[in-house]
Ligand binder design. Structure first.
Ligand SMILES: Cc1ncc(C[n+]2csc(CCOP(=O)(O)OP(=O)(O)O)c2C)c(N)n1
Length: 501
């Protein structure tokens, strides 16, 4: 069997059934075999960084591994950011790098770098990949010629190792002194974790600080609070690290006992806290029926008054960033899925988005909090979906300009690529500890920019709509092609609204 076939066979035996192939000569035979195979799905991308994030998006959607095939040299290195994101979100991203034969190593010959173990501890290398982290398969290849004979072997089922966990810590936690204040913090959840979490929390009836990426915020209704009235004694965190400010505050609130239940087993806090590593739904099922704890600190305000003050302020500044985002959140309920790109849109969505209608699917990349590869991850995760909505900051979008090259391979009907163009990384303007920067320092941190996004739409054949006031929403409509929706908020209204809030 050829070296290429042997490598593909190894991937198939681990359940890899989707591939994103990137161009090159050294990997051309590998690509040729894959493209000819009927039993695997193949995507094409010219840029390895975006390709790897796209593949990560596929793993998020399917729960199955997806492999990127690269040539040798720096092409492999481009996959590092996606590998890191996959590592922290425990996703089966696979990188297959063609390499020059072993005797070339250290020679300085063209396109020859030291690529064995290039991802260090972020990717597994070896025979016993367990499916819970990225896998790097480096394949030294002699220069075989095309064409190759047709060959097709169906992939085996993907069977990640089952996580082993103890629920004793959770039993103790819920049995302890919860009457001194107890809240739940809900971060991003996997789609198959949501139902069990919903049942557990509706039985528990404790107040919940829920991120929109949990996919449960709207469904949990009145249990969801904006902020705790008093510092609670205990916090149970479920899913990914929550995006809101309160989680960061917890770093210093060391008197609060925190127990996290999450897939990557990382506490998400640098100070003392407890963790149970496992799929959240399986851990909760292992625990059994939750007893009602209720709300000891009266954190849950009557539903009707909760949003009314905020709604009033939003109405006074309709064309502020938050005002436009709120209207966008109403339109997005018609979508099949929602993806939130970077921190500020997620935070603002948490704060001002509508809460009456649940979004069918909510996704984000929160493993390492990078602003890179976000558009590509969205495209991968929603590749087969109509009416897919993605919302990104302007720098986040600019980071992933090559993402559009794969648009013609994904479903575009009703697709909405929304960019909140507030002229740079405005999250830094909102941080109290950065308020003392002078003008020049601020520009360097915020990276103010004035690009013309119409050109990006033209480049990849997208339709384009600019929204800078509420009236502009009248023209917002999905079509056959992706619509790039550039939202340009009024800076003065945003500042007034922030002051009022
Ligand atoms: C790869 C990477 N580089 C830098 C950062 C630091 N960072 C976090 S948010 C942000 C700004 C994002 O700006 P933009 O996408 O315009 O969103 P906004 O904050 O304005 O909503 C930056 C640079 C990061 N998270 N990831």
């Amino acid at each position: 069997m050829s070296e290429e076939k042997a490598a593909i066979q190894r991937l198939l035996s681990k359940g890899v059934a989707e591939f994103v192939v990137c161009g090159g000569a050294r990997n051309a035979v590998l690509i040729s075999y894959l493209v000819a195979m009927k039993s695997v799905r193949v995507w094409r991308h010219f840029e390895e960084r975006s390709a790897a994030f796209f593949a990560l998006g596929r793993t998020k959607e399917t729960g199955q591994p997806c492999a990127v095939i690269t040539t040798s040299g720096t092409a492999v290195a481009e996959c590092l950011p996606a590998v890191i994101e996959a590592y922290y979100s425990a996703k089966p991203l696979v990188i297959v790098s063609a390499d020059r034969p072993e005797n070339y190593r250290g020679s300085g010959a063209p396109q020859t770098i030291d690529q064995e173990n290039i991802f260090t501890n972020y990717a597994y290398v070896g025979e016993d990949w367990n499916g819970w982290q990225p896998w790097h398969l480096n394949v030294p290849l002699t220069e075989a010629k095309t064409p190759v004979e047709a060959w097709d072997v169906p992939p085996e089922a993907f069977l990640p190792e089952r996580k082993k966990f103890q629920v004793g810590e959770l039993v103790k936690f819920l049995d302890g002194d919860v009457f001194r204040g107890f809240i739940v913090m809900l971060g991003g959840l996997e789609p198959d974790e949501r139902e069990e979490v919903f049942h557990f929390l509706t039985a528990l009836k404790a107040p919940i600080l829920a991120d929109v990426t949990s996919g449960l915020r709207e469904a949990l209704g009145d249990l969801v609070i904006d902020f705790p009235t008093e510092t609670p004694h205990r916090i149970l965190r479920l899913g990914e690290v929550p995006v809101g400010r309160y989680w960061r505050d917890l770093e210093d609130l060391t008197e609060v006992n925190v127990l996290s239940i999450c897939r990557n087993g990382l506490p998400g806090l640098a100070r003392e806290s407890k963790v149970i590593e496992g799929e959240v739904d399986r851990v909760l099922r292992g625990f059994g029926e939750a007893m009602e704890l209720g709300d000891i600190n009266d954190d849950i305000p009557p539903a009707r008054t909760r949003m009314s003050k905020k709604a009033e302020i939003l109405e006074s500044y309709p064309d502020s960033e938050q005002g436009l985002l709120r209207t966008l959140s109403l339109y997005a309920t018609t979508g099949e899925s929602l993806y939130l790109g970077n921190s500020l849109p997620i935070r603002e969505w948490n704060e001002v988005a509508q809460r009456d209608v649940p979004y069918a699917v909510v996704r984000a990349n929160r493993g390492a909090n990078g602003i890179d590869g976000q558009v590509s991850t969205w495209l991968g995760a929603s590749a087969d979906e109509r009416d897919a909505w993605g919302v990104f900051g302007d720098l986040t979008a600019l980071y992933d300009l090559a993402a559009g090259s794969i648009l013609n391979q994904v479903e575009q009907q009703g697709r909405m690529l929304v960019v909140i163009n507030n002229g740079g990384g405005r999250i830094f303007d909102r941080l109290p500890r950065l308020q003392g920067l002078d003008q020049e320092q601020r520009q360097a941190v915020v990276q103010s920019q004035e690009v013309n996004l119409i050109a990006w739409a033209e480049m990849w054949g997208m339709d384009y709509l600019k929204i800078s006031s509420q009236e502009d929403f009248d023209a917002l409509e999905g079509g056959e092609k992706t619509v790039l929706v550039e939202v340009v908020p009024s800076e003065s209204q945003t500042q007034s609204l922030l002051a009022a809030l």
